[in-house]
Write a protein that binds this ligand. Structure first.
Ligand code: CUO
Length: 686
């Protein structure tokens, strides 16, 4: 990697320590022009640079450039929280992203970064720089550190940091003892929601969600950054899958499916006490008490003034658009919501981002829902409190209410899906192709998935300011499964070589009362496990596919990558687009937990006609292993079908069960997920 690229990454190291202090393992220091020092340091600038620079192993000269106008992003106080869901913050971030994108080369980017790093809110700075590095042509393919490394405080109980400091101060050389993070530290067993805390508070799941929103920002004046192929549809689909997965997880734990949050005047029965401290704000994340109600917001500090009734108005207008099958454009004309692109248009309106077709009319429903909920404890700022975890995409999924809100959002999307014509045999079938069977083979035996707890260790050191250097390890426990293979028998009677797309899903078979699920309920619970193209020779083909190749997940190592340990030049082709690759469902959460008695699920596979699915594009060198949930960087979504196909809409008449739904190119098998209540250490990887 060139020095310029490497230097930029130093801004992620110890984010709240000024950049004239030593950064990175190699103890590099930025040598700033005098006028870059903020006033508070100015008179000391000489002393500072010699003091902190003296035993630096490398000094990085910073070019003195004419600085762009940074007034807007500097309005956010340095020690405040930063939220993408707050319109004002979004504007500030949009401006800063533009500044970073507009720098003509890496040296200039470095200059502006060093100026900003001393003045701009660290969370916002980190977010904007990450977005810019993901999108600038000269920084593509760089390894960004994961957010757990930079801001571990967003993922872990604050006690960990006190202990981490003890550990790193006491043991200043050699290997360090990991700090153990207990499982289940946010509530006791008397809170039923705690049964799925391992899902909500999973570090990998929260990282995925943060990454997804990093790859799909809401705002930037360069529309291309926001306006990605089928972005609105992917917003719908990725979050729909989160709800489906959460519901399966709940059902494995004797909880009902999540109740949508659709009455904004009603108290929210679930409370949440995050037990996280913000390192930047030096303050605990505020809790939400049981029975809180969202209220009108009037927070001049955040420039937010919004009434709950606005949320209701936007909701009603969106529902009206779905009923009319058309949205209202700013010029008063109607634009139909068609079968192919309607969901995408709706997704953009609902989210909403700058590519919403009519923001003045349809508003900012999804984002403001996050905002209302995250300020329910202090809607008028009288207690000078900042937002709760729902206000940050890195922490929102910890809170039970996240799922209630998104279940409702999803429900509205389903209103649109319900209006689409059912798929007919033509659009579901694949003449000449018969899927004879699907089975699962793994350690646990045929058609049994096996899950257990696993204990892993991750590196936190970058994010810990003002501690001695060296590794700080956190050890935590998460769900894991035994890897397995799908074995699918496909008979190709076309007499020719042909290509198919194999689509694999899983869903519960019975509802919370043990009653078999109807097709329409089951389809909404379908979890995508994998999707891949497959060459089929004439005659019987045995397709064997490893669970590790899933199109929705990224490997454990990438979720928790420690970039210092990664081999290869990050600028090289092998590692290209590595940054984008942080997006993806964490592989250790591929399967729901199951139960100790074996949770029954149905496994479904279909082979669709690749000629009707495929997108002709070159994806060599791009990261596409989690494409189903994240898309492919700078490319079109790699499947022409509606996301979630064939389960994204109600079935044709007469289909009441999954068996009724099956055509010759589909098969299903009843399986079980067998959970073993034991914790195993993560095997050491070579
Ligand atoms: Cu991902 Cu609500 O969109 O959090």
């Amino acid at each position: 990697m060139t020095d310029a690229r490497k230097n930029i990454l130093l801004f992620f190291d110890r984010p709240t320590e000024p950049c004239f202090m030593q950064k990175g393992e190699e103890k590099a220091c930025f040598d700033l022009p005098d006028n870059f020092y903020p006033d508070k340091y100015k008179s000391l600038s000489n002393t500072l640079s010699s003091r902190f620079g003296s035993d630096a192993q490398r000094t990085i000269p910073v070019r003195n450039i004419a600085l762009p106008n940074l007034q807007l992003p500097m309005e956010l106080p340095y020690n405040d929280q930063f939220s993408l869901f707050i319109p004002k913050h979004r504007q500030m971030a949009g401006k800063l992203i533009d500044v970073f994108m507009g720098m003509r080369d890496l040296e200039d980017l470095q200059s502006v970064c060093s100026y900003c790093q001393l003045r701009i809110n660290p969370y916002m700075f980190n977010y904007c720089l990450s977005v810019a590095l993901l999108h600038r042509p000269d920084t593509k393919g760089m390894n960004l550190p994961t957010l757990t490394e930079t801001f571990p405080d967003k993922f872990m109980d604050s006690k960990v940091f006190r202990r981490a400091r003890e550990v790193s101060t006491v043991v200043t050389s050699g290997p360090r003892m990991p700090v153990v993070i207990p499982q289940n530290y946010t509530a006791s067993d008397s809170e039923p929601e705690q049964r799925v805390a391992y899902f909500r508070e999973d570090v990998g799941i929260n990282l995925h969600h943060w990454h997804w929103h990093l790859v799909y920002p809401f705002d930037a004046s360069d529309r291309a950054i926001v306006n990605k192929d089928r972005r609105g549809e992917l917003f719908y689909y990725m979050h729909q899958q989160i709800i489906a997965r959460f519901n399966a997880e709940r059902m494995c734990n004797n909880l009902g499916r999540v109740t949508r949050y659709n009455n904004f005047r009603e108290p929210i029965s679930e409370g949440y006490f995050p037990k996280l401290n913000s390192q930047v704000a030096s303050r605990a994340w505020p809790p939400r008490f049981t029975g809180s109600t969202i209220r009108d917001l009037d927070r001049p500090v955040d420039q937010i003034r919004s009434e709950v009734s606005e949320l209701e108005t936007w909701r009603d207008r969106i529902i009206q658009a779905i009923e009319n099958n058309a949205i209202l454009l700013p010029n008063g004309r109607q634009m139909p919501l068609d079968e192919e692109t309607g969901i995408d248009v709706l997704g953009n309106i609902m989210e909403s981002s700058i590519i919403s077709r009519n923001r003045p009319y349809y508003g900012d429903m999804h984002n403001m829902g996050h905002v209302f909920i995250s300020y329910s404890h202090d809607p008028d700022h009288r207690n000078l409190e900042q937002f709760g975890v729902m206000g940050d995409s890195a922490t929102a999924m910890r809170d039970p209410v996240f799922y209630r809100w998104h279940a409702y959002i999803d429900d509205i999307f389903q209103l649109h899906k319900n209006k689409l014509p059912a798929y007919d045999n033509n659009s579901l079938g694949f003449p000449g192709i018969r899927v004879a069977s699907i089975a699962v083979e793994g350690k646990a035996g045929r058609n049994t998935f096996a899950t257990h707890w696993e204990q892993s260790t991750v590196e936190l050191s970058r994010g810990l300011d003002f501690t001695p250097r060296g590794s700080v390890l956190a050890r935590f426990t998460h769900l894991q499964h035994e890897e397995f293979n799908y074995v699918i028998q496909v008979n190709n009677t076309t007499g020719r070589n042909t290509m198919g797309t194999v689509r694999i899903f899983m869903a519960p078979t019975v509802d919370e009362n043990g009653t078999p699920l109807s097709f329409d309920e089951q389809r909404k619970l379908m979890i995508e496990l994998d999707k891949f193209s497959q060459a089929l020779r004439p005659g019987m083909n045995t397709v064997t596919r490893s669970s590790m190749d899933s199109s929705v997940t990224i490997p454990y190592e990438r979720t928790f990558r420690n970039q210092a340990n990664r081999p290869g030049d990050p600028g090289s082709a092998e590692a290209a687009a590595f940054d984008f690759c942080g997006c993806g469902w964490p592989h250790h959460m591929l399967l729901p937990k199951g139960t100790t008695t074996g949770y029954p699920i149905v496994l479904f596979a279909m082979v669709s006609n690749w000629a009707d699915d495929s997108i002709k594009q070159d994806t060599v060198g791009t990261c596409n292993d989690a494409a189903s949930y994240c898309g492919i960087r700078d490319r079109r979504y790699p499947d022409r079908r509606a996301m979630g196909y064939p389960f994204d809409r109600p079935a044709r008449k007469g289909v009441n069960t999954i068996n009724d739904f099956l055509l010759p190119n589909m098969a299903k098998t009843d399986c079980r997920i067998q959970f073993t209540n034991a914790t195993r250490p993560r095997p050491q990887q070579a």
